[in-house]
Design a protein around this ligand. Structure first.
Ligand SMILES: [Zn+2]
Length: 438
């Protein structure tokens, strides 16, 4: 595709049209209330939430795209001034409210940009998405797949959100006298909160801005800002810390639940080079959870089998809105693209999905076919890079957020950090000439 024609989740350069997959901050860096570079194409729900995130935004620049429908967009070549037509279909990414993938078709070929997505094998919504995608593709081949590679590593093997949601219920029920706090972002994890509310017949406390978002999403009776009405509170992730939990426990017994696919690891304060346990050592028993794309029927050890008690007051549960490794693999097998690129990158760490899934594309040499030593070398290199990586949730994460993610447990002399092998520092793509499939 010609340079400067379209950008997806990328706002720093000039394009003819801009596409927004969803409203998480790591996808909106460079976008602001004063945006005037051009029209932004997004889902209807994202458009509805848009003014709340960007107050004062010129809403006439938003172009709503219905999910599951092909839309034609006329573009003019910046270099030749000739016009061309782009076709695009948004498909439910089942990530957070409003999140979509974009399937593009045009002179440049066929491109699929997933944004962040989670398609569990057991999810009806994902099944609808799969059918929609295959029907839209017909006999077309995806020339380039831009893939959510957040958990593109075999160590990221975790169960479906439905299983983990039930485990969260079990945790809460097993603490009848405790207050419960759950760390969430400004968008996402609504289904988990709804499940808790429905199963336990209680309201969920949220902070005032989050209540507004819940109302925009149509949830009017489930959430409250009155602490007296419930013992379950969903709090901003940046305020969720060991210190917060310790402080709360001086007043009332309280436990914290952190839903995320990212593992927590512990490392010594004095020797930052060595971790207690590898970053890439999954907390889950892979033989139980991996290899079937999240289609898990086996119950983990007891009711709380895969739940990790990170701290005496904190449970870490692998409730993730991103696909686990097996689900990513299933997705690549489904799409069978000619080529692919990961959308998650940072200056220090990037796991190329071709490393694991190149054999499914056919365009690149399979990782399996690499000589053993070479493969080992590459694995070790990935491990080395990842172990140096410190966690930050998005480049826009401010000091406050960084502090929240780094939990210091002074009394025990250890430094515990929440680590990600893949810092979500930068997302988005500008589809350019050199992306043109061969
Ligand atoms: Zn996201």
């Amino acid at each position: 595709m010609e340079k400067g024609l379209i950008s997806v989740d990328r706002w720093t350069e000039h394009s003819q049209a801009y596409f927004l997959t969803h409203l998480h901050s790591d996808h909106t860096q460079g976008l602001s209330s004063s945006w005037a570079k051009g029209p932004i194409f997004c889902s209807r729900l994202t458009a509805k939430l848009f003014p709340f995130k960007f107050p004062g935004f010129n809403l006439s620049l938003l172009r709503l795209l219905a999910v599951g429908t092909w839309h034609s967009i006329s573009l003019v070549s910046p270099s030749s001034a000739s016009s061309s037509t782009l076709q695009v279909m948004p498909i439910d990414a089942h990530h957070c409210p409003g999140a979509v993938m974009f399937l593009f078709r045009g002179e440049f070929g066929c491109l699929l940009y997933t944004g962040d997505f989670r398609w569990e094998t057991t999810s009806k919504r994902a099944e609808i998405g799969r059918t929609m995608l295959l029907n839209a593709l017909k006999d077309d081949v995806v020339d380039i797949l831009y893939l959510d590679n957040t958990y593109c590593n075999p160590s990221y093997a975790f169960p479906s959100r439905a299983i983990i949601a039930q485990q969260v219920i079990d945790i809460i029920v097993s603490h009848p006298e405790h207050d419960i706090i759950i760390g969430i972002d400004s968008l996402g994890k609504e289904d988990l909160l709804l499940h808790i509310s429905h199963e336990l017949k209680i309201k969920i406390w949220v902070w005032p801005e989050r209540l507004q978002t819940m109302h925009l999403l149509g949830f009017h009776d489930i959430f409250t800002t009155k602490t007296s009405l419930t013992r379950v509170r969903a709090v901003p992730r940046y305020s969720f810390s060991v210190e917060t939990l310790e402080g709360l426990n001086t007043m009332h017994p309280t436990i914290g639940i952190m839903p995320s696919g990212l593992p927590w690891v512990v490392r010594p304060l004095e020797n930052g080079d060595k971790l207690f346990g590898s970053l890439l050592t999954s907390r889950y028993n892979r033989s139980k959870w991996s290899g079937n794309g999240g289609n898990h029927t086996e119950k983990p050890n007891g009711n709380l089998g895969s739940v990790e008690k990170f701290h005496k007051y904190i449970y870490s549960v692998p409730y993730s809105d991103h696909s686990c490794f097996a689900e990513i693999e299933d997705f690549v097998k489904l799409v069978q693209p000619t080529n692919m690129k990961g959308i998650v990158s940072s200056s220090s760490c990037y796991v190329d999905p071709l490393y694991y899934f190149g054999r499914l594309c056919g365009a690149y040499q399979s990782a399996q076919s690499l000589p053993h030593n070479k493969r080992k070398e590459r694995v070790e290199r990935v491990l080395a890079v990842n172990n140096k990586t410190t966690f930050r949730c998005g480049a826009s994460a401010g000091v406050e957020r960084k502090r929240a993610m780094t939990v210091k447990v002074k009394s025990s002399g250890i430094h515990a950090s929440r680590m990600s092998a893949l810092r979500r520092k930068k997302r988005g793509a500008k589809i350019e000439e050199n992306d043109r499939p061969n």
